[in-house]
Ligand binder design. Structure first.
Ligand code: AMP
Ligand code: ZN
Length: 226
């Protein structure tokens, strides 16, 4: 049986539940509480799918995807829509690349348009102090100490929270090169390395970067207590 046939049949079955008794039909109960009841389930199922993918469990991925498709179809029905509306939208996009399509909707794609990726590519000028095949280092545009150098992986990694096991080498390289860059740039007697991460770390540029801070005098206390 084709995926199309199953989806069509499921859509029909779900639509027919609209007038069913919410006491006896799960779908009718969802539709009665729409959209919140369905949106809540979609949130939960999405999280479960993420976990299944992270676990690499194919049976579970299929199971969670089926749950998600079921709830998505139910949501469409609650909005008075059907898979045909989705198919029409998909057909419109044919021939348009994913990136172009996202841009046309104003969706920012991480690596594309990322400030530091553009600096690595030379599209935006920077004061380079070091470069090798994996990392790039340049002076911070608004230095807060006499020595303020940023070291970044050339490949886009949004933050330390997004780094993976496979990024271990490049992260190690950043730490390894830090002392040399500090010394070469005027901080011969130590330095501070800071990697602001995410909201709590108040990271502003979403491309992982290490700040090397130093100069002739100590950089100051670590953080003020709250
Ligand atoms: P963070 O708050 O950790 O995300 O730090 C971002 C840093 O990037 C800040 O210290 C900025 O001054 C620095 N920065 C922003 N734009 C540029 C640029 N075009 N060239 C060099 N440094 C920059
Ligand atoms: Zn980037």
């Amino acid at each position: 049986m084709s995926a199309n046939e199953i989806l069509d049949r499921l859509s029909e079955t779900l639509a027919s539940r609209r007038n069913a008794n919410p006491e006896t039909s799960y779908t009718a109960k969802l539709l009665a509480g729409a959209p919140d009841s369905i949106l809540k389930k979609i949130g939960e199922e999405s999280a479960e799918l993420i976990m299944a993918v992270k676990d690499g469990d194919r049976a579970q991925i299929a199971h969670e995807s089926a749950d998600l498709v079921y709830h998505l179809l139910t949501l469409l029905i609650s909005c008075g829509m059907s898979l045909d509306d989705v198919a029409r939208e998909l057909a419109l996009r044919e021939g348009i690349s994913g990136i172009a399509e996202k841009e046309s909707r104003g969706v920012k794609i991480d690596a594309d348009g990322c400030l530091f990726c553009r600096i690595v590519k030379g599209e935006i000028p920077s004061q380079r102090v070091y470069e090798d095949e994996e990392i790039y280092a340049f002076k911070d545009i608004h230095p807060i100490r006499p020595v303020h150098v940023l070291v970044i992986p050339k490949r886009h990694i949004a933050s330390l929270a997004d780094a993976r096991e496979t990024d271990r080498a490049v992260l190690g390289r950043i730490l390894n090169v830090a002392n040399r860059l500090a010394v070469e740039n005027g901080s011969s007697d130590g330095f501070r390395l800071i990697i602001n991460t995410g909201r709590v770390g108040q990271q502003e540029v979403r491309h992982l970067h290490a700040h090397i801070l130093g100069g002739p005098t100590p950089v100051g206390p670590m953080l003020r207590s709250e």
